[in-house]
Design a protein around this ligand. Structure first.
Ligand code: HEM
Length: 331
C-alpha cells in the first residue's frame, strides 16, 4: 500500500508493485521470508525467477530437439538459473532445520521438515526445495497477472469499481484492513474476481496433456498418445454459458438473492480433475485480500488527458495485458 501511495496520484505502471506484494505474501507463507524493499537484492532475485520462467516456458528445443546445438546457450543459461534458485532454497532449508521447533511450526517449510523428520514424508532435501520452487513459481506470476488485468478492467468499468468500494465500506469500513474472513460477506468482490479471471484469461492454453489410452471425448475418437490441449478462451467466451461474453459483468455470478454461484465446469481456469491447481484456494484468498485492501484505500483512474488504455495482451505461458499506466487516487 505504501508503494502505491508513494506515487502521490501520479501515473504509474502497477506491475512491479503488485508482483512485489505477491512474492512477499507467498514467501511468508512458504518460508517466513519477505523482502523489506524493492532493492538490488530483490531485483536480482525476481529477475532470476522471471527469466527462468521465460526461458523454461518457451524453449524451441523442447519442440524441435534437433535445434539443441543452436539453442545450447539458452539451455546453459536455464540450467544456471535453476541451480541459483535451488541453492537459494537449500540455504533457507538449512537455516530452517537449525532453528526448527517441532511443537511450533512457523511456515510451510517447517511443516515439510517435521513430516520428513518423522518419516511420514519420504522426500529428500532436494525434493523439498523443488516443491518450494514449484509453489513459488506457479504462485506469484499467475496472481500478479490476474490482478493487473483486474486493475485495468476496473479503470475501464468505474461503475463496478464504485460498487466494490461501497461493499468494502459497508462490510469493513475504514477502521481496519479487509482480511480473508470478509470473503463470505463480500459476494460482489468474489463475483468480480471470477469475472476478472474470465475476461483476463491469463493462461489461454495452460497445460499440454496426452491420452494414456484410446478413448472418446464428446463423441470424438481419441487414440492413445494424442496430444490434447484445453482451449480456455473458447470456454470462457462461450455465449451459451456467458451471454454477451465480451461484456465485463460480475453480476453474472450472482443469483437473485445476491449469492455467488461459482462458474464451476463452465470455465476451468484452475484446471480440473487429478491435476487441478493445488493453489486455487490460496490464489483466490490472496487476490481477494490484495484487491480489497487496494480498493479500500485507492480509486484507480485513467491519468489526466488519457482517454483509453492500450488494447491487447503479451505473449507467453502467463499472459498480461499490454503494460499501462494508471493513477491511484487516495480515498
Ligand atoms: C489465478 C491464479 C492461478 C491460476 C489461474 C492457476 C491455474 C492453474 C492451472 C490451469 C493449472 C494446471 C491444471 C491442470 O493441469 O489441469 C495449475 C497447476 C498448478 N498450480 Fe496453479 N494457478 C493459479 C495460482 C496458483 C498458486 C497461487 C499456486 C501456489 C501457491 C499454484 C500452484 C500450482 C501448481 C503447483 C500446479 C501444478 C499441479 C500439478 O501439476 O499437479 N497455482 N494452475
Amino acid at each position: 500500500m505504501q508503494d502505491v501511495a508513494s506515487n502521490h496520484g501520479n501515473p504509474f505502471d502497477p506491475h512491479h508493485v503488485i508482483e512485489f506484494c505477491y512474492i512477499n505474501i507467498i514467501g511468508i507463507w512458504l518460508y517466513g521470508k519477505m523482502f523489506q524493499q524493492r532493492d538490488e537484492q530483490y531485483f536480482k532475485w525476481a529477475g532470476t525467477f522471471v527469466r527462468r520462467l521465460e526461458l523454461g516456458s518457451c524453449l524451441l528445443v523442447d519442440w524441435f530437439p534437433s535445434l539443441a546445438y543452436i539453442t545450447s546457450a539458452e539451455v546453459k543459461e536455464l540450467k544456471g538459473l535453476v541451480q541459483t534458485m535451488m541453492d537459494w532454497h537449500m540455504k533457507l532449508l538449512e537455516e530452517h532445520r537449525q532453528t526448527l521447533n517441532e511443537s511450533s511450526p512457523r511456515d510451510f517449510l517447517d511443516h515439510l521438515l517435521i513430516q520428513q523428520q518423522k518419516g511420514k514424508l519420504m522426500v529428500s532435501n532436494t525434493d523439498i526445495c523443488s516443491v518450494l520452487d514449484d509453489l513459488q513459481s506457479a504462485g506469484f506470476d499467475t496472481v500478479t497477472a490476474n490482478t493487473i488485468w483486474g486493475i485495468q478492467l476496473l479503470v475501464q468499468n468505474p461503475d463496478v469499481q464504485k460498487k466494490l468500494q461501497a461493499e468494502i465500506d459497508e462490510v469493513v469500513g475504514s477502521g481496519r484492513a479487509p482480511t480473508t474472513k470478509d470473503r463470505r460477506n463480500m459476494p460482489y468482490l468474489e463475483a468480480t474476481l471470477w469475472e476478472i479471471q474470465r475476461v483476463g484469461i491469463i493462461a489461454p492454453v495452460p497445460c499440454i496433456r496426452a491420452a494414456m489410452n484410446d478413448t472418446t471425448i464428446g463423441g470424438f475418437d481419441v487414440p492413445k498418445d494424442t496430444v490434447l490441449l484445453v482451449n480456455h478462451t473458447k470456454m470462457a467466451m462461450n455465449p451459451i454459458n456467458f451471454p454477451q461474453p465480451q461484456k465485463f459483468d460480475p453480476s453474472r455470478y450472482l443469483d437473485e438473492n445476491g449469492v455467488v454461484v461459482a462458474p464451476d465446469k463452465k470455465m476451468m481456469l484452475f484446471g480440473n480433475g487429478f491435476r487441478i491447481c493445488p493453489g486455487m484456494q490460496i490464489a483466490r484468498d490472496m487476490m481477494f485480500t490484495v484487491m480489497a485492501n487496494l480498493l479500500q484505500r485507492f480509486t484507480f483512474q485513467l491519468p489526466e488527458g488519457v482517454t483509453a488504455l492500450p488494447v491487447g495482451r503479451n505473449d507467453g505461458l502467463i499472459q498480461y495485458p499490454r503494460s499501462y499506466k494508471i493513477t491511484a487516487i487516495p480515498r
